[in-house]
Design a protein around this ligand. Sequence first.
Ligand SMILES: *Cc1c(COP(=O)(O)O)cnc(C)c1O
Length: 360
Amino acid sequence: MIDYENLRKANEPFFDEYRRSFSRLLDSGWFILGNAVKKFETEFAAYNGNKECIGVANGLDALILCLRALKFEKGSEVIVPSNTYIATILSILQCDLVPVLVEPDIATYNIDPSRIAAAITPRTKAVMVVHLYGKACAMDPIMEIVRTHGLALIEDCAQSHGARYKGRMTGTFGYGAFSFYPTKNLGCLGDGGAVTTDDAEFARAIRMLRNYGSEKKYYNEVVGYNSRLDEVQAGFLSVKLGHLDAITEHKRALAALYQEGLKEDFIKPQFHPDHFDVFHIYNIRHPRRDALKEYLLTNGIRTEVHYPVPPHKQRAMDGVLVRGEFPISEEIHATTLSLPISYCHMESDVRQVIEVMNRF
Ligand SMILES: *Cc1c(COP(=O)(O)O)cnc(C)c1O
């Protein structure tokens, strides 16, 4: 059986380092916002090329705190891709703002920059891009639009740790919101998240918001949250960050095998020299996706669908989202299939997947 993901196997190479990190924490006796969080924040800011990194509780909170720090008036509109994971849209709703869904480019699965301008109204305050599957969005045209219209830019980097556009890391174009959920490329062993920025004032606002709105203990400046990155997870993240480039290279090598080996019946991701992709997910599309998934399972290969239901068709969005037509998003959701591409997989696993798929 080839699993889609096996978190025990994917983390096993780091167990000794994790244990040493956990022992140090036990000995320190300091369990909230201590040296481990500070150390990871410094390391991740340096890795990314940001001046500031603020550890928070999870990726959803990273997005919410960014929106809170920007203090948009209630009912302001935020442009977001129609094919993202639900968390992106939830962050907008949790802040009493209005998500305006814009269709993706079917060649990249990322928001189509040529469709953004038509969605801008006098109430638009921000664009929230998502670097989906580990591919950076086309940032040149997006930066042009946000500059022209004076909009804030928030990047959902939950799937894009280490991904680059024209050599520049995701999370450095606007306000970066990261998730360290265990399956992400930089995943911890529980929940975790971070915000990245070069703006010292914005960073200060996020630091306050994550910690009850206070900078000085028992003195509260703003209405805040309890959304802190945990010391235990920060320690594990420092360990993992030291191996992130190796994890990325491993995934890129597996993706290259798929790209070369899979027959042309499958619509494969497009590679472009401007984009350094990190393959949080390697997906193909096929008109008979469900039959293909079933066939692979019968042959001992587990796959996933990211995602089976588009946000605008989720029951939770009944009466919440303005209903619209999103045929590109629906096409992607109906045909996409994610293939095994974890640090736990070997090239022989991928060769086996290719061999079975090419017999479909
Ligand atoms: C995982 C994910 C999130 C949410 O991260 P959590 O840490 O689970 O809250 C947000 N956006 C995208 C695109 C994601 O993949």
